[in-house]
Design a protein around this ligand. Structure first.
Ligand code: HEM
Length: 475
């Protein structure tokens, strides 16, 4: 046994032939990355290797390999050098790209600051903001991707900047969108243009970066100069005075607080909106599940607005959010680079190996999820949930670098979805087809996704019966 294991240690995992410098792999990834990952598992198993040019890739998809990689070997890994190089000018030394001791210290401070937020107040803001934006669109056909993207960004800016948010919401939303669009264009194009180049794209990018980071730096300085009372502090103000958990290190510099702010806005915007977009789409295309969730919300919430304390009493709505994250995980792939050689699944991964954990493919693996491509929210009920091995449902990542905004993000998704279910009926717009997936940054629909958001009659409440038929009954 020991001999077999030792033999395997030096072997290479199975994988597709690399042909001419892996050109075919590159073409398939560009064409459909999700399909490429699934086909590797189907054809070669849970640990697969392939090459593109000088780069060696490993794909790991077994839950035991995932914990071995992201927990036991976490210290031998780093974020991808190329991604760091590309995003550094935008995100600085924030949590998403930072490494080692400085990352650990920053992570403790960010968590400390997040724990100081008034959850109740945050939840009220989320519900109020959702109603304000959605009421404007009641009984119309809307592009739900644009609407929910804006909504998620607003929450994050309000959490970060409190009362200052109103003055800066629109300009920094516009700047974030420019950075996002130009960033994707650059990341997916051949060749490299230096940042100082006098091209339109670069000019737009420099202006957006200046507006975005400049605003956050100014607001960080404002909080340092005139500190507010604890009860009035927003996330940025808490970060400026943050301690790590041992209470040792004090505060963040304005620059560090600005970097972390950019990272939190970036980490929270796309992920929360993608979860909500997919959950709304799934409910719009599954009227029985929509009716059942709406009945649950009406029964628990009654006449008032949704509150934080309701979330624990909405088990079916929770199942819907989790099932949306299973079918369409916003972070559809976790990527790392090997900083120090490791052995994984019995195979040796040399320094520089790029390791992919294909979250989307794992979430749709029939070994862990029956009828994996179908929308079945009940699979997340506690009894069934318990039977599944750990690390088979990983929308928030695994190990020390898991999502730092997991609680905030999940609660935002639940509050918005419950509010949507309480006040609106969602249908697919008449000419809306099945959305095509896009994998740039997060998993989201490639084109606008149109739904009709129909206001529920205030005097009527929806009821769900076992046949799955909807009836309108007086409240
Ligand atoms: C449904 C919502 C969300 C999902 C699905 C999600 C998913 C994830 C995942 C999978 C990771 C780990 C990535 C990796 O291992 O490479 C991550 C990291 C991170 N997320 Fe989230 N996220 C969500 C919401 C948020 C929110 C609301 C915030 C900010 C308030 C946030 C901020 C971050 C940051 C800063 C990191 C980097 C953490 C570190 O490396 O220490 N996320 N997220």
């Amino acid at each position: 046994m020991a001999l077999i294991f030792q033999g395997r240690k030096n072997a290479t995992p199975p994988g597709p032939p690399n042909g001419l410098i892996g050109r075919d792999h590159y073409r398939r990834i560009r064409c459909d990355l999700l399909e490429f990952s699934r086909s590797l598992i189907h054809d070669y198993g849970d640990c697969v290797t392939y090459r593109i040019g000088p780069m060696r890739f490993f794909q790991l998809s077994h839950p035991e390999q995932i914990s071995e990689l992201l927990i036991r070997n976490a210290e031998s890994l780093r974020k991808l050098t190329m991604v760091k190089w590309f995003f550094k000018r935008w995100m600085g030394n924030g949590l998403l790209l930072n490494e080692g001791q400085p990352w650990q210290q920053q992570r403790r401070k960010v968590r400390w600051a997040m724990q100081r937020l008034d959850e109740q107040k945050q939840a009220e803001m989320v519900v109020w903001q959702t109603r304000e934006l959605l009421d404007k669109h009641a009984n119309t056909q809307v592009d739900i991707t644009a609407l929910l993207d804006r909504l998620a960004f607003y929450f994050n800016v309000r959490t970060l900047l409190g009362d200052d948010a109103d003055d800066v919401l629109e300009p920094i939303y516009a700047a974030a969108n420019v950075l996002h669009a130009t960033g994707i264009r650059e990341l997916t194009s051949w060749g490299f243009t230096p940042d100082w180049a006098p091209t339109t794209t670069k000019r737009q990018m420099r202006a957006a970066l200046h507006a975005y980071r400049g605003t956050l730096m100014k607001l960080a300085a404002k909080r340092r100069q005139s500190p507010s009372h604890d009860e009035d502090r927003d996330l940025l103000a808490w970060m400026i005075v943050a301690k790590d958990v041992q209470g040792k290190t004090e505060g963040m510099s304005d620059l560090q607080a600005c970097d972390e702010s950019v990272n939190l806005l970036m980490g929270g915007k796309e992920t929360v909106s993608a979860t909500l977009i997919w959950a709304s789409y799934l409910l719009a295309t599954h009227p029985c599940e929509q009716a059942r969730a709406a009945e649950e919300v009406h029964r628990v919430v009654g006449d008032r607005d949704v509150a934080l304390s309701d979330l624990d009493h909405l088990p079916f709505t929770q199942c819907v959010v989790q099932e949306a994250m299973r079918l369409y995980p916003p972070v559809y792939m976790i990527a790392r680079e090997v900083a120090r050689p490791i052995t994984i699944g019995g195979y040796r991964a040399p320094r520089g190996t790029q390791i992919h954990v294909p979250v989307h493919a794992i979430h749709r693996d029939a070994r862990w999820f029956e009828r994996p491509d179908e929308f079945v929210p009940e699979r997340f009920c506690p009894e069934l949930n318990k039977r599944r091995p750990p690390y088979t449902f990983i929308p928030f990542g695994v190990g020390p670098r898991n999502c730092v905004g997991k609680k905030i993000g999940y609660e935002q998704c639940m509050l918005v979805l419950a509010t949507l279910l309480k006040y609106y009926l969602m249908h697919l717009a008449p000419k809306q087809g099945v959305p095509t997936l896009s994998t740039d940054i997060v998993l989201h629909p490639r084109d606008p996704l149109h739904l009709v958001i129909e206001a529920r009659c205030p005097a009527l409440a929806m009821s769900y019966d076992e046949t799955g038929l909807e009836r309108d009954l007086p409240r």
